[in-house]
Write a protein that binds this ligand. Sequence first.
Ligand code: NAD
Ligand code: ZN
Length: 249
Amino acid sequence: MKEEQIYEKIADLLADTRNTVVVTGAGISTEAGIPDFRGEKGIYRTLGEDKVLSLLNIKTFRKKPRDFYDFYRNYFMMPQVKPSRAHCLLAEMEKKGLIRAVVTQNIDNLHQEAGSKRVIAVHGNAERFVCTKFTCNTLVDADYVRNFPEIIPKCPQCESILKPDVVLFGEPIKNHRQARDIILSAQLLVVIGSSLTVYPLAGFVGEYCASRKNFIIINKGPTALDHVSTVKLETNHTGDALEQICNHL
Ligand code: NAD
Ligand code: ZN
């Protein structure tokens, strides 16, 4: 299929239902300036996957909080970037009733900043930190941690250690049931910027594909479910691609 025909086909599928769910991964935020893990500049390549898995881990956070925060501050205190064109277009499409919800693996808060209202963030949100003392649970924003005078940030209420409100390796994902339910109840599923290899979200998408046929992938490079997609749009520019699709609606 030519590119033009692909845009048209995707627009037709979107126009056919009021029940489209979008699943996004790190690839939607690379144009905003946040590298993904698997790409050329990604930390799986620069540091090695094993190192990332062991440092970005709940056990390291508990047992060696200084090692954890040395690493986390260097690589995960997200640069303060703005949502990309793709984030903004998804928010507009939700407003127009073209998208029911966004389920994201990203922790960058960019869908919410762009104005998307129904965002299910399964890996949490790096803009928030939460007190680890069970009875306190105070929340602070990332700026509080950025400005904290020590490497290990402490709660302003009780001085216990703060934890990023993100899912670390060894922790269960957030909103598991809600994410699965909304994906499985969709009439059209659109995946943007994900390799579909990170579980359990990739598993929910696989389950959807087992019983539904309307499945679109917009991504640079292969994904684990290309073979069952109705349409695969290969692109490095998710914002341009969504703009073209919207022009065909
Ligand atoms: P992933 O599995 O979501 O893969 C990213 C995919 O996006 C890759 O296939 C890549 O080729 C593609 N991609 C990259 N740039 C693109 C572009 N401009 N246009 C279209 N496609 C593009 O994610 P990952 O990198 O393997 O990271 C694993 C997990 O780590 C993520 O699911 C997420 O939880 C977390 N993470 C989050 C952020 C963020 O919040 N922005 C960034 C990095 C990693
Ligand atoms: Zn506290």
